[in-house]
Write a protein that binds this ligand. Structure first.
Ligand code: PLP
Length: 383
């Protein structure tokens, strides 16, 4: 095995401070890692908002049927999948850009518009990649407090200045589950100058929403302000491991983003699977039903234990303790249950749990109950 060396001195002088000071992204702990650490099997991961039903069966069939074509490059830019997505939303394929996960779309927009000294507006408790990508291009973050774990659009509008290049909104928000209403978003967009900033509306979890007052980005593309909608195949469509997402925006913005895109970043396998998953209505229906029942079960069980739960329109629930939730997170890990401690989202007292299969949800609730009873940490009600 090669020797491990110290970080060489040139690193400190060569790597820009705005890059070396970026806190690394904290992912959910993988099941395999926990099982290795504890020497156990059968751990449950409810930490990364994946689809507990697995990939769309149609996607799996498409993959199997195409494997012999893996020796050729994918068609660059994914024109067939772009056309299929465009038809679904009633826009042209020129409105769509595919990415290696919607993470890539988020990175591309930051790369395009952020220069050192610019800023982007990011809510206090939201998806951490927004901060990371902005900082990696030398931009600064204007952090906006949230109201009842939701976006404060008035405060966001007030914070925009002549250096603001992006406003990040996440609907529903990860990790709080809050939504932005159509009328609120329309009002916010209509007060923005037409030259920007670019509004990034991240709809990674929008497929799960049942509240009809929730804004839908594609209906707001014509508001005269640059709007980029982020969408993903990682959640409802169950393809997180393949890495494919997309952006929807006016063609001029998509064309500029395309100049920065690395060729072939979406693999052939991802293109085949995404195309099949998009038309798998049965898988979507089952996923929605599982989510509806799981949210109901988890919400009720948590509230019965006297725990504060934030209302969620996504495939996860956030709950809050009176004290640091780190020890509870660790105790659940020891029982083979992986959830997400939200310290890295600026919410050290909170935990986010992804809706799993019914038996996974039950396992989480019984491990939680056991832990809290043992520690006497909260006003536990057994009635
Ligand atoms: C709000 C939000 N946006 C984007 C992503 C990135 O998703 P992907 O890159 O898998 O499409 C995630 C992943 O968890 C997310 O929570």
């Amino acid at each position: 095995m090669p020797m491990k060396t110290q970080k060489p001195k040139w690193v400190d002088t060569t790597i820009a401070d705005h890059i070396s000071s970026i806190p690394p992204y904290v992912p959910g702990k993988p099941v395999e890692e926990l099982e290795r650490e504890l020497g156990i099997t059968g751990a449950v991961k409810l930490a990364s908002n994946e689809n507990p039903l697995g990939p769309s069966p149609k996607a799996l069939n498409a993959l199997r049927g195409n494997l012999s074509r893996l020796h050729v490059y994918p068609e660059d830019g994914g024109p067939l999948l772009r056309r299929q997505i465009a038809e679904r939303w009633g826009v042209s394929p020129d409105h769509i850009i595919l990415g290696n996960g919607s993470d890539e779309v988020i990175r591309l927009i930051a790369h395009l518009v952020i220069k050192p000294g610019d800023n982007a507006i990011v809510a206090d408790h939201t998806f951490s990649m927004y901060r990371i990508v902005v900082r990696s291009y030398g931009g600064q973050i204007q952090s906006i407090p949230m109201t009842s774990y939701g976006f404060d659009l008035n405060a966001t509008a007030r914070a925009i200045n002549d250096k603001t290049r992006i406003v990040f909104l996440c609907n529903p928000n990860n990790p709080t589950g809050a939504i932005i209403g159509t009328e609120d978003l329309k009002r916010f967009l209509s007060d923005l100058p037409s030259k920007g900033p670019v509004v990034v509306l991240d709809e990674a979890y929008r497929d799960y929403v049942t509240d009809e007052s929730c804004a839908l980005g594609v209906d707001l593309l014509d508001r005269g302000v640059p709007l980029l909608i982020g969408r993903t195949f990682s959640k409802m469509f169950g393809l997180a491991g393949l890495r494919v997402g997309y952006g929807i925006a006016e063609p001029w913005l998509i064309e500029l983003m395309n100049r920065l895109r690395i060729p072939f970043t979406v693999s052939s396998a991802a293109l085949w699977a995404a195309a099949a998953a998009l038309d798998d209505d049965e898988h979507v229906r089952k996923s929605l039903e599982n989510n509806r029942l799981g949210l109901e079960y988890l919400g009720t069980a948590l509230k019965d234990m006297g725990i504060q739960v934030a209302p969620s329109e996504a495939n996860f629930l956030m709950f809050r303790l009176e004290q640091d939730a780190g020890p509870l997170y660790e105790a659940l890990l020891r029982q083979g249950v992986i959830v997400r401690h939200l310290a890295s989202f600026g919410l050290p007292n909170c935990i986010r749990v992804t809706v799993g299969l019914p038996e996974e949800n039950e396992r989480f609730i019984s491990s939680l109950r056991k832990t809290l009873e043992a520690s006497g940490a909260l006003s536990y009600r057994s009635d």
